[in-house]
Design a binder for this molecule. Sequence first.
Ligand code: PLP
Length: 426
Amino acid sequence: MDLETLVALDRSLVWHPYGPMPATQQPLVVESAAGVRLRLAAPAAGSTELIDGMSSWWAAIHGYRHPVLDAAVQDQLGRMSHVMFGGLTHEPAVRLARTLVDITPDPLGHVFFCDSGSVAVEVAIKMCLQYWRSLGRPSKHRLMTWRGGYHGDTFHPMSVTDPEGGMHALWRGVLPSQLFAPPPLVAFTEAYVATFAELLARHADEVAAIIVEPVVQGAGGMRFHDPAYLRALRTLADEHDVLLVFDEIATGFGRTGTLFAADQAQVTPDVMCVGKALTGGYLSMGATLCVPRVAEGISRGETPILAHGPTFMANPLSSAVANASIDLLLSSDWSSSVKRISSGLASGLAPARDVPGVADVRVLGAIGVVQLDHEVNVPAATRAAVERGVWLRPFRDLVYTMPPYITDDVDVDQIADAVVAAAAAG
Ligand SMILES: *Cc1c(COP(=O)(O)O)cnc(C)c1O
């Protein structure tokens, strides 16, 4: 297909994320990708290759066309791409379940596979609500969270996403009404915990679970908080007979500097969601883990089954590449890579502090954020980054990056320059 036709058809037929139809901004056409570079079908602002500063939204931690991951997919293709998971099972899924149980905090011990992060959150919520139903307490059906979160785009995840970010005003009367504490502060304060505790105490009879993103709130605003808050949530959840869910879809697999963000607090949630980097960014897959207490509670109930079963549950290709990606991660010195990227971003983004319109610069793990005091002009900011050979996707008041762990120092510098330039232009 020639490029002009492709772009015209894309505009008239294809919906892109968070966009109108037809699109008002023209996307760049990617022809292929390798390592940390996206190759464009036509040069943009003089570049035919862009360093991917986004890891395709947290996912491509090993970069593109990694020989080990490519081989894992090809090997699995030679056996089977897919079989249903009802009544059948296969080694890639069983192996992946064992690995996930091994590397996540104890006693998370059971795994439900699904096809995306949002569905992993749906399943987590279904587990929690059904747990209390099974125990004869159906009034515990609401969720509590803190503001500033993001948990996906289907309706229940949207209901616990930040009310503004989740456009709750647009969905009044449709979204279930959940309980929101103020956004967590960067630093730990007893006063914040007291506020959270007070709201929870008032509604404990109707709250099934607390759900939060541990340590880093991603698409809800790229905010960081003290892991000590997670210990406080664990204590409060136990005191008030409420389950605790960690959504590690963005933070999982090393991004924040520990394998899971929960590790920073030494806290085990009752239910945990993973996705995004699970398959190294190759294929869509999510998983929901739970502790034995939750599984046993559900299985002792009047309806002793978890009524959920996506068509592509535990897809063998996805499972195989997830196994390869986790093996690759654990056999590499990922922790040093994340530290190296972290310090590269910290020094490279420092000049942004002197850029007019910049409100905050922050780095945690392999995540760098420049927050503006105004809404980003996305086309101008994107163009400034592309002119410096880097792909970024700013949103709201944020220009941010979370590069693949294989990004070398020179490329990290270039990404940081591009973030600073995008912040200045946007
Ligand atoms: C991306 C994300 C989701 C949703 O995952 P999808 O695969 O896009 O459905 C949920 N929670 C968090 C924290 C995320 O970052």
